[in-house]
Design a protein around this ligand. Structure first.
Ligand code: BES
Ligand code: ZN
Ligand code: ZN
Length: 499
């Protein structure tokens, strides 16, 4: 999608459709917006007959020419003025884009002009851009013929006085829209195409384009590093594992302040010998959605040139089954030195993450770490597709993440890591076991297990098992990878950059 900011005073080509935002009762969102006589009387009539009231997310499409020569108008209700927020822009723009596509509109414009409180409006511009790009996304690579219609261009009209601030918002919006869609692409790639080596290659390519360093370690190097738990998970597969380490140093004068992002990178999770059923296996290409989120977040952070240092780590592998694979009952080692009794080979994510977080702290010297992982079916059961479970060991760091999530609009819910439950992953014959069994609080057990490997560093664990994947399409995205996490990680880095 081509997105452009245009000064209201400059001449411009008319877009196919013009979006007109109205508060409940008919007040224009952009007071300086010009409506010609016929449009005004049409609007008056719609308001009088209550065909259109301006209530939240109400949309009225009209097929007429107006003064600006657009052939189509889209009246969009914003609800009550006093209750209009940036969050509502997401809902409204997603629905508008869906509507525009329905009527096969190729180009649209929206005005942000004559508005007094420009500072409050600027974030809305960014969100408007992001949402339009996300709502237009489709994964069409494997279709020999696609009949999907796309909104090709979006023009944002602004006052000359706000052009600089709005341009920054548009640029950031485009960057985040692209990064989130990049993460979706990575997740939507089937596991026969996207194997650990391909994921590493895509990271290297992203690093080259966006400007961050990428080191890739192969199976020998992974073993030499002592990543025993990670390697145990990986070793059954024919496609070899890769450790992907991405580094962006945007604050070189404070090189010891490093944020660590760790993404679960199972390019496929069959369950291993603790084999999943077909029903549970079918979407398991999405078990690398955490990896996709950190790779795409790195892309956005580097492209935005945020003054912050970030290292992102992905322990990429497949969880397959083979005669030489690990088994329930095995006791394995880990990079941190703890021994682990394998109770289920399907609780593999925490094993790869245990080594990955340990590596991120000890080898890459990260001083705050977020891991993001499609870790437990329990998170999905508890919170569904819209709410990510968030756990951690440091209240101040958690507050920062919460603030970042508030800006991104991605919903998180705090889950306490009850110390008392640690009993449940203790074992008589190993330091830890990787599962506490069916009647335990699975989401918390996953968090507690990873936490054992990062005891002394502020850390947050995001369980995105429910939020990384959409079974059904919505206004915001088609079915498939959602790109969850990218924007929250970006805004967290931005917040820490300015701290
Ligand atoms: N990748 C799965 C979790 C998952 C489930 C992600 C549904 C996305 C959607 C993970 O590796 C897994 O299998 N977890 C087990 C853990 C259990 C064996 C302790 C689970 O949640 O059942
Ligand atoms: Zn699993
Ligand atoms: Zn998994």
């Amino acid at each position: 999608m081509n997105i452009q900011l245009i000064n209201a005073s400059a001449p411009r080509d008319a877009a196919d459709a013009r979006m007109i935002w109205l508060y409940e009762g008919g007040e224009l969102f952009s007071p300086a917006e010009k409506l010609d006589e016929s449009t005004q009387s049409l609007l008056r009539e719609m308001l009088e007959t209550q065909q259109f009231t301006g209530k939240e997310a109400q949309i009225q499409y009209v097929n007429i020419a107006d003064a600006a020569k657009s052939k189509k108008l889209l009246f969009v209700g914003l609800g009550e003025k006093s209750r209009f927020t940036t969050g509502k822009v997401r809902k409204i723009v997603a629905k508008s884009v869906k509507e525009l596509k329905k009527y096969r509109v190729k180009s649209a414009e929206i005005a942000f002009i004559g508005i007094e409180n420009a500072a409050q409006i600027t974030p809305m511009v960014s969100v408007c851009v992001q949402t339009a790009m996300l709502a237009d996304y489709a994964f069409e690579k494997f279709l020999s013929k696609s009949d999907k219609f796309h909104l090709e261009s979006l023009h944002i009209i602004c006052d000359d006085a706000h052009a600089a601030a709005f341009q920054a918002a548009v640029t950031e919006g485009v960057l985040l829209g692209e990064a989130t869609n990049f993460a979706r692409d990575l997740v939507n790639e089937p596991a026969n195409v996207l194997v650990p080596v391909t994921l590493a290659e895509k990271s290297v390519q992203a690093g080259k384009e966006a400007g961050f360093d990428v080191q890739v370690y192969d199976e020998q190097q992974i073993q030499a590093l002592g990543m025993k738990a990670f390697y145990e998970v990986a070793k059954a597969a024919l496609n070899p594992p890769r450790l992907i380490v991405m580094k962006y140093m945007g604050k070189p004068d404070k090189a010891d302040e490093i944020i660590g992002f760790v993404g679960k990178g199972l390019t496929y999770d069959s369950g291993g010998l603790s084999l999943k059923s077909n029903e549970h296996m079918i979407d398991m290409k999405n078990d690398m959605a955490g990896a996709a989120a950190v790779i795409a977040a790195m892309q956005a952070i580097a492209r935005a040139k945020l003054p912050v240092n970030v290292v992102a780590v992905v322990a990429a592998c497949e969880n397959m089954l083979a005669v030489h694979g690990y088994r329930p009952g095995d006791i394995i080692g880990s990079m941190g030195g703890k021994s682990i009794l394998i109770k289920s080979t399907d609780a593999e994510g925490r094993l790869t993450l245990a080594d990955a977080v340990y590596y991120t702290v000890h080898n890459e010297k990260a001083c705050k770490v977020v891991d993001i992982a499609t870790l437990t079916g329990a998170a999905s059961k508890a919170f569904g597709t819209l709410l990510t479970a968030a756990m951690g060991n440091d209240a101040a760091f958690y507050a920062e993440l919460e603030q970042a999530a508030g800006v991104s609009g991605e919903k998180i819910c705090h889950v306490p890591l009850m110390e008392e439950y640690k009993e449940l992953i203790k074992s008589d014959i190993a330091d830890l076991s990787n599962s506490a069994g069916p009647n335990s609080p699975g989401m918390i057990m996953g968090g507690l297990f990873i936490g054992e490997f990062i005891p002394d560093t502020p850390w947050i664990h995001l369980d995105i098992a429910g939020t990384a994947w959409a079974d059904k399409k919505s206004d915001h995205s088609p079915a498939g990878g959602t790109g969850v996490g990218v924007r929250t990680l970006y805004y967290l880095a931005k917040l820490l950059a300015n701290a």
